[in-house]
Design a protein around this ligand. Structure first.
Ligand code: 4FV
Length: 171
């Protein structure tokens, strides 16, 4: 059982008051499907600067292909596995994109130097620590308490490199 093209056509016309074929000229219309472009930080960045995005959630076995071919700007997947519906995939994309918008995170948190960001050259984030400095004999690494910013930067870069899949010891 698939989402029918005539039903999707009617739904998009009813909501936007436009022919879905024309819609994707004005906004990004994304069909969520396991076979789509894999969502990554670069795509999240792209979507975070778009003024208008429409997410088409699959259901049943997915979309009639004519929906993807004629109504969508692109197909996107949140991972190589199959969900019962695309709604959770839509929520994943909304969460990842919205947290990148200005003001979404508090002053203390930043979406710049985080896992897979360009600031980290696409690498995983380094380990983070907070208080207490020691708990059950588990200490925060001394370098992070040293105040030596260059040594801290170097330590963080090394930990980040180690976390690149298939290299170094897992933390
Ligand atoms: C999916 C994914 C996904 C396929 C059948 C919904 C399901 C049903 N969407 N990334 N992985 N969709 O599994 O985006 O239509």
């Amino acid at each position: 059982m698939l989402l029918r093209v005539d039903v999707m056509d009617a739904a998009l016309r009813a909501f936007y008051g436009a022919d879905p074929v024309d819609l994707r000229r004005e906004r990004r219309v994304i069909a969520l499907t396991p076979t789509g472009r894999l969502l990554d930080d670069a795509l999240v960045d792209e979507l975070s600067v778009e003024s208008d995005v429409t997410l088409l959630c699959g259901r049943y076995e997915g979309f009639d292909e004519r929906i993807v071919e004629h109504f969508a700007s692109e197909a996107v997947s949140i991972g190589e596995y199959v969900l019962a519906g695309g709604e959770l995939a839509a929520m994943v994309i909304c969460d990842a994109v919205l947290r990148k918008l200005p003001g979404a995170l508090g002053a203390s948190a930043s979406a710049t130097e985080e896992s897979f960001s360009t600031a980290l050259h696409g690498r995983p984030e380094y380990p983070h620590y907070t208080r207490p400095a020691e708990y059950r004999g588990w200490k925060v690494p001394d370098v992070l308490l040293s105040g030596h910013h260059e040594q801290i930067r170097a330590w963080r870069e090394e930990r980040s490199r180690e976390r690149v899949r298939g290299t170094g010891s897992p933390e």
